[in-house]
Design a binder for this molecule. Structure first.
Ligand code: HEC
Ligand code: HEC
Length: 332
């Protein structure tokens, strides 16, 4: 009889404390709904409804509208035959798979890569130039407006500035060692190659040149994301693979151990892919550059290999020190 009473008392005082919290405290984080809740087909046949539907179609079948194999050369904005939903899974509604739900409420936003405030449209173009290895969409194009409208539709119930549970990728502490790509190669053959191919080239949905994309997307080679993409950073890739692969895995129910995901991701990133020009212009505020952005310049004196394969903790600790000294510099 004693235990429930103690629990009750604790509960009571907890809610009392809660009641005394300032009224301005953050609202509870928004919970992403099941994918059926984001059904663009239920929107009316008006300008907004048509653009939201086109935005979803563009996200899921990017290759068919703005890919490198489409008939009209002027529409070949993407440089590869991926779709946005190759990474932004389930129509960009899957928690912890970089969903777009709430993105409209989170932008404009400071972005370290540009050291500027970016808009939703600029963020879309960030993925166009890197994940899709292509060119930016013109801001006034029907395609950009369609992406923005679909993202707006997905974000409709999310108050401006609210946190969304499952936004981005989960923050996972990496193993404190150099990743082992050779061990990763063995695991890749066992756990990934059935879908993504022994050579990483994926499985095409139709003939090459037919703009029909992939059943299973490529993970490296000329038709994959380029070396400036977020997915080319080992911490991101490990988090994505650990949380979302093999296909069907959900956050909280991983099939791979974190150590295995880390090694497999390192193997994938050790393979060739297209190179983005002018990467040295990324992260102009150098102390802001993520430690796993594995392209020069490196301001911390650590070797390129460590930025690519870890261990990352010493680099993160050191970056914090550099940041402090920069902020304490006279005139700052
Ligand atoms: C190869 C994987 C991949 C593909 C393909 C991809 N993205 Fe992304 N996208 C990412 C990653 C990784 C991030 C997070 C990177 C970061 O935070 O720096 C991201 C972030 C975003 C965000 C911001 C999300 C947020 O929570 O702030 C938007 C919007 C976005 N992508 C749009 C697109 C669009 C539109 C396309 C297709 C034209 C696309 N992406 C294709 C990997 C991808
Ligand atoms: C059953 C098939 C299957 C298996 C097995 C599988 N994947 Fe995937 N993977 C997919 C599909 C399909 C997608 C596209 C996203 C979607 O449709 O949800 C994808 C997307 C990806 C992406 C992002 C898109 C891209 O092209 O870069 C990465 C990275 C990835 N998988 C890595 C892995 C790794 C590493 C493994 C092994 C641990 C693995 N996958 C196992 C089917 C699979």
């Amino acid at each position: 009889m004693l235990k429930p009473m103690i629990a009750l008392t604790l509960l009571g005082s907890a809610s009392l404390l809660h009641a005394q919290a300032p009224a301005s405290s953050q609202p509870a984080p928004y919970q992403i709904k099941p994918v059926e809740a984001y059904d663009v087909s239920k929107l009316p046949d008006d300008h907004y409804g048509r653009l939201a539907r086109y935005g979803k179609e563009l996200a899921e079948r990017t290759f068919a509208h703005i890919g490198p194999e489409v008939a009209n050369p002027k529409m070949r904005y993407a440089g590869n035959n991926l779709s946005c939903t190759s990474c932004h899974q389930n129509g960009a509604t899957k928690p912890y798979a970089i969903p777009w739900v709430g993105v409209h409420a989170a932008f404009p936003q400071y972005r370290a890569r540009e050291d500027e405030v970016s808009t939703v449209a600029e963020r879309v173009n960030g993925c166009m130039e890197r994940s899709m290895a292509g060119q930016p969409l013109p801001l006034d194009s029907r395609e950009m407006k369609a992406f923005e409208t679909y993202i707006h539709f997905l974000s409709k119930d999310v108050p401006t500035g609210a946190a969304v549970t499952g936004q981005g990728l989960p923050r996972i502490t990496m193993p404190e060692r150099r990743a082992a790509p050779l061990h990763g190669a063995k695991l890749y053959a066992e756990k990934c190659s059935a879908c993504h191919g022994a050579n990483g080239a994926g499985l095409r949905a139709g003939a090459a040149g037919s703009a029909s994309g992939y059943t299973f997307p490529p993970l490296w080679g000329p038709d994959s994301f380029n070396n400036g993409a977020g997915m080319n950073r080992l911490i991101f890739t490990t988090s994505f693979v650990y949380t979302n692969m093999p296909l069907g895995v959900q956050h909280g129910q991983p099939q791979l151990s974190l150590d295995d995901a880390y090694d497999i991701a390192a193997f994938v990133l050790s393979q060739p892919r297209s190179q983005k020009a002018n990467l040295e212009r990324d992260f102009p505020a150098r102390w802001n550059k993520p430690v796993d952005a594995a392209f020069p310049p490196y301001v911390d004196g650590a070797p390129a290999d460590q930025h690519k394969y870890g261990p990352f903790k010493p680099l993160q600790d050191n970056m914090l020190k550099i940041k402090d000294s920069l902020l304490k510099a006279p005139g700052k």
